[in-house]
Write a protein that binds this ligand. Structure first.
Ligand SMILES: [Zn+2]
Length: 122
């Protein structure tokens, strides 16, 4: 930009009645050059602004993701707790309905539905 402006100043100093046509063309070319440089600078500034905005948005979304992950963890814990309550109720119901034992649990009433979870209930 500075080089073009220096060229501009020199060109203006050299204007005379004898070279007015050439000077006009030269100045017009220099104006276009300055315009191009200015456009590039503007685009650069716009990109920087856009980048700043995007970075802010990314931060907001990152915070949101963290909050949602925490919520998901809480919900997973609640689901696990409610599942274990349901399993216990189901087991108690099976034991209560069992005709093979005195409702304290046997191979018949404790089988099915609790495989893999047996360790949870002892
Ligand atoms: Zn039983």
């Amino acid at each position: 930009m500075c080089t073009v402006l220096a060229e501009f100043r020199t060109a203006i100093e050299r204007i005379s009645l004898y070279n007015i046509k050439g000077s006009k063309r030269h100045l017009a070319a220099l104006v276009e050059e300055v315009q191009t440089l200015a456009n590039r600078m503007e685009a650069g500034l716009r990109d920087k602004k856009a980048e700043k905005k995007l970075r802010k948005k990314v931060k907001v979304y990152e915070r949101r993701v963290l909050r949602l992950r925490k919520q998901v963890k809480h919900l997973e814990i609640r689901v696990a707790q409610e599942n274990s309550i349901l399993e216990r109720l189901e087991r108690n119901k099976k034991r209560a309905d069992c005709e093979h034992c005195d409702h304290t649990g046997c191979d018949e009433c404790d089988k099915g539905g609790l495989e893999g979870l047996g360790s949870l209930f002892g």
